[in-house]
Ligand binder design. Structure first.
Ligand SMILES: Cc1cc2nc3c(=O)[nH]c(=O)nc-3n(C[C@H](O)[C@H](O)[C@H](O)COP(=O)(O)OP(=O)(O)OC[C@H]3O[C@@H](n4cnc5c(N)ncnc54)[C@H](O)[C@@H]3O)c2cc1C
Ligand code: FES
Length: 263
């Protein structure tokens, strides 16, 4: 048995599902246990390696929703269904179902931040897991909406509020920043609410400020961070802030443990 933690395993690319002009969901064959919020290190020979969140999983399949931004992701977008890539993981703590079971849960996600919580939302839509679930989602434009059919079905079932920063002529839904729609969440008894916030740093910052002014207790707020990672296993130090390794201790944190990580 090889104990080198950097050795990645082959994974067959089963399906590629375009989401937007620059994001696609890549589904691979995968049989190791994973949790929502964890990530894999995906590598492609000649291109390199990149950490990518798990957006969904079931029955021997695992999906990742990826934006084409550089070498590794560019090489992924050149692949075809049936090709083989390399993956190691899962890494990171992920979301623990137990922490949210029976709560009045609010999940607030911006842009690609929806990917790491997609499976969690699907799980918690089953009423037996949480007392109540409200989802607030924001994207830049209607063309940037990920998992469009599922998201629209969540809106239809009144589980989710969806907004885009800039609507176009055809857009009949909400427009404006995600923070504008926080008042539509039921935060009347803030002590009874648990909130998960995922998205770009600037969104996280303003959403947290708003939730705190509404007296949601800090210890009831969870944040997931995607930043500055390389090895994913606590060896390279890229993700270390003070004594915190985001790759090992996170990427999911309870707010009081994370103030120093917020820009
Ligand atoms: C825990 C975690 C989870 C993540 N999950 C996801 C996910 O689910 N989906 C996803 O899409 N991403 C995710 N990311 C981000 C992803 O890992 C990065 O985008 C990664 O850098 C992509 O690798 P790459 O080789 O394709 O890009 P790189 O080549 O490393 O490029 C990264 C950035 O640098 C810029 N850049 C590249 N080359 C140049 C150049 N020559 N000059 C100037 N700028 C340049 C690119 O525009 C891009 O913004 C995650 C990151 C972390 C830490
Ligand atoms: S990514 Fe290398 S130590 Fe965290």
């Amino acid at each position: 048995m090889n104990n080198n933690p950097y050795i990645a395993e082959k994974a067959k690319l089963i399906r590629i599902t375009p989401e937007t002009a620059i994001d696609s969901t890549f589904t691979i064959a995968w049989d190791k246990p994973v949790k929502p919020g964890q990530f894999l290190e995906i590598s492609i020979p000649g291109a390199g390696e990149a950490p990518i969140s798990i957006s969904d999983f079931n029955d021997g399949e695992l999906s990742m929703t990826i934006r084409k931004v550089g070498r590794v992701t560019g090489a992924l977008f050149d692949m075809k269904e049936g090709d083989t890539l390399f993956a190691r993981g899962p890494y990171g703590n992920g979301f623990e179902y137990n922490y949210y079971a029976g709560t009045n849960l609010k999940i607030i996600a911006g842009g690609t931040g929806l990917a790491p919580v997609k499976n969690l939302i699907k799980t918690f839509m089953e009423p037996r897991y949480v007392n109540s679930l409200e989802v607030l989602l924001g994207f830049k434009t209607p063309e940037d909406i990920l998992f469009k059919n599922e998201v629209l079905s969540w809106v239809e079932s009144a589980t989710a509020i969806l907004t885009v920063d800039n609507g176009n002529y055809d857009w009949k839904g909400n427009s404006g920043l995600i923070t504008q729609y926080i008042p539509q969440l039921d935060l009347n008894k803030p002590q009874d609410c648990v909130c998960i916030v995922v998205g770009p740093p600037v969104m996280i910052k303003f959403v947290l400020a708003d939730l705190l002014t509404r007296d949601v207790p800090r210890e009831n707020i969870w944040v997931s961070f995607e930043r500055n990672m390389s090895c994913g296993i606590g060896k390279c130090g890229h993700c270390k802030i003070d004594n915190t390794y985001i790759c090992l201790d996170g990427p999911v944190f309870r707010l009081p443990d994370t103030m120093k990580l917020i820009d």
